[in-house]
Design a protein around this ligand. Structure first.
Ligand SMILES: [Mg+2]
Length: 263
């Protein structure tokens, strides 16, 4: 979850001003967390409180209605509704917000069931559900020590994403896509090709497109690698832009699940 927040923070400055330069600045005066982090923390809050995912997404989304980069149009309408209903989305929002589920449950079956539930309240298109399940599974498998080779094989076999492409092939024609099908596999490939947390984030942001969301998803998986080397300075900068009530959710989640911050 920390990796998702850092990826979102770092990517925020480049979502609508893409960079293809790998050596871009990780911290800029414009950088701050966006909808990706707010909704990730809403999912964490739902888990902590044992409340429905939809209820906490609606609560936090309305508490912070104008994040940097803003919410997607359909999700904005869902937030403004008094009786919000799923809208058959295949947008990448289901995958960007799912990371707490990869940490909070003890078996792959539970992780996948909860990922499905977290998606269904808005993103009930099969591709929207699949994106959330694939990312949560990747986090669970990685934090349990599975290799990148196993992860690639598992995700390709169970979710039918093509992870055999290389970033060098994807990069020249990659555009701004907001769907799971053209965000989730690319974000996983960024992780597969990376050799550290910072490398993963740099590969994701410099791919272009929906930079904060790709980096959020890539970072959420990269964080799960032991000793991934999260840069302290970037962590501190990212967390300093999280509002205090959402930071309290973050702290509770890390405390409850005994996750350790870099120090
Ligand atoms: Mg965003």
């Amino acid at each position: 979850m920390l990796g998702a927040i850092i990826g979102d923070y770092v990517g925020s400055a480049y979502e609508f001003d893409n960079t293809n330069n790998y050596s871009f600045d990780l911290i800029t005066p414009e950088s701050e967390i966006t909808d990706d982090s707010i909704l990730t923390l809403a999912i964490a809050d739902a888990i902590l409180q044992g409340k429905p995912y939809a209820e906490r997404l609606h609560y936090w989304g309305n508490k912070y209605p104008n994040p940097m980069g803003s919410y997607g149009g359909s999700f904005g309408s869902w937030l403004r509704s008094d009786n919000p209903q799923p809208y058959n989305s295949w947008g990448n929002g289901s995958a960007m917000r799912v990371s707490p589920i990869g940490w909070a449950f003890d078996t792959l079956e539970e992780v996948q069931r909860e990922a499905q539930r977290s998606a269904q309240c808005t993103h009930n298109h099969p591709e929207g559900i699949k994106g959330a399940m694939a990312v949560a599974s990747a986090i669970f498998l990685t934090r349990n020590g599975e290799s990148k080779e196993y992860l690639k094989h598992y995700i390709e076999k169970n979710f039918d994403y093509n992870l055999s492409r290389k970033l060098a092939q994807i990069r020249p024609t990659y555009q701004f896509y907001e769907n799971c099908m053209q965000t989730v596999p690319e974000a996983i490939i960024c992780y597969l090709e990376s050799n550290s947390f910072e490398d993963a984030i740099r590969l994701a942001v410099s791919l272009g497109g929906d930079s904060d969301t790709i980096a959020c998803i890539t970072g959420s998986i990269a964080e799960a690698t032991p000793d991934c080397g999260i840069p302290m300075e970037v962590m501190s900068a990212a967390l300093s832009t999280v509002p205090s009530d959402l930071k309290a959710v973050f702290d509770s989640f890390y405390s409850k699940y005994r996750l350790h911050l870099p120090h």
